[in-house]
Design a protein around this ligand. Structure first.
Ligand code: Z5A
Length: 203
């Protein structure tokens, strides 16, 4: 039996990392073997790409899109595909839909075009279910306040995050069977309860 693949998405500061950890713990509590990965990263190559793509002063939108796709291809080959084959559940803090929303929609490269450059690297390892944590970007900025460092993409400000939020809504409209928009308002426990309801109802 193959494992189940769930990805968590949303604008920066929407609470994905926190909710991905809570979801992985809850699934383990139900007796599943679970790994929790984050993008970009999760492999030595992916962590190097993370430093380049988030640390560089500037890069072209297509260079950015290919770097995220390269990190993702390595994560699929080394970690996600073998885990799924072994029957392990995978919880991913960002996956393909980040590229569709940030590079495809917000950078204007086109959602279909960015999906296409990712297709070979992902192969059959697509999420069974994707949860987009929906939050007004201004509220996400407040949640991030107090955190020290700001990466290159975060540093571009709220207008980019507004375009990303609209990009995510477009992705949800394009893939209604896989992608569920879940409100990220309220306490950690409120959001976790909605995430679990989406998982139980969506798989
Ligand atoms: N990127 C891209 O452009 N294309 C791609 O294909 C991929 C990524 C894969 C990765 O940055 C950047 O790369 C990101 C998108 C781009 N840039 N931007 N903008 P990252 O991995 O370093 O950061 P992130 O993924 O954007 O997430 P984050 O900053 O770690 O935030 P988060 O995971 O969404 O939220 P969090 O860490 O769980 O929570 C943030 C804070 O809010 C924290 O203090 C929590 O305790 C608090 N929090 C969380 N939930 C709540 C609730 N419910 N109430 C109150 N406070 C809360």
């Amino acid at each position: 039996m193959t494992g189940t693949f769930i990805s968590l998405e949303g604008v920066d500061g929407s609470g994905k990392s926190t909710q991905a950890s809570m979801l992985a713990e809850a699934l383990r509590g139900r007796g599943h073997e679970v790994i929790h990965v984050r993008e970009p990263g999760g492999t030595p190559l992916g962590e190097d790409v993370r430093d380049i793509v988030l640390g560089a002063d500037a890069m072209s939108p297509w260079a950015e899109a290919f770097l995220f796709a390269a990190a993702r291809a390595q994560l699929v080959a080394d970690v996600i595909a073998p885990a799924l084959v072994a029957g392990t559940w995978v919880v991913a803090d960002r996956f393909l839909d980040s590229s569709l929303a940030y590079q495809g929609a917000a950078r204007g490269l086109g959602i279909a075009e960015v999906a296409s450059i990712n297709a070979h690297g992902i192969g059959g390892s697509m999420p069974d279910l994707t949860i987009i944590l929906d939050i007004p970007p201004g509220a996400a900025v407040d949640r991030r306040a107090g955190r020290g460092s700001v990466d290159r993409i975060e540093g571009e400000g709220e207008a980019l995050q507004e375009s990303v939020a609209e990009g995510y809504r477009e992705v949800a409209r394009m893939y209604p069977d896989r992608v569920h928009l879940v409100s990220a308002a309220g306490t950690l426990e409120d959001v976790h309860a909605r995430v679990m309801a989406a998982v139980v109802g969506g798989l």
